[in-house]
Design a protein around this ligand. Structure first.
Ligand SMILES: [Zn+2]
Length: 76
């Protein structure tokens, strides 16, 4: 997916499910930089990959949010 097509706090569906018990494919973007930080909306795990890898793993934007859906400190 093109970088312009998603934004901070967007809820996105990834091509591969998180290997947690929830087999969840929905994640929320928490930080956009050279690396992308995002959270599994099934188990709450915070993940980080480089931007290029994220662009390839994203399937679609599900919906937009204005704030984190999970307890999250930007300083973490
Ligand atoms: Zn998970």
């Amino acid at each position: 997916m093109n970088e312009a097509d998603y934004a901070l706090y967007d809820e996105v569906e990834l091509k591969k499910a998180h290997p947690c018990v929830h087999h969840n494919k929905l994640f929320q973007i928490l930080r956009l930089g050279a690396d992308v930080k995002f959270v599994c909306l099934g188990c709450g795990a915070i993940l980080m990959v480089d931007r290029d890898k994220f662009n390839h793993s994203i399937k679609k934007v599900v919906r937009h949010h204005d704030a984190p859906l999970v307890r999250y400190s930007p300083l973490d």
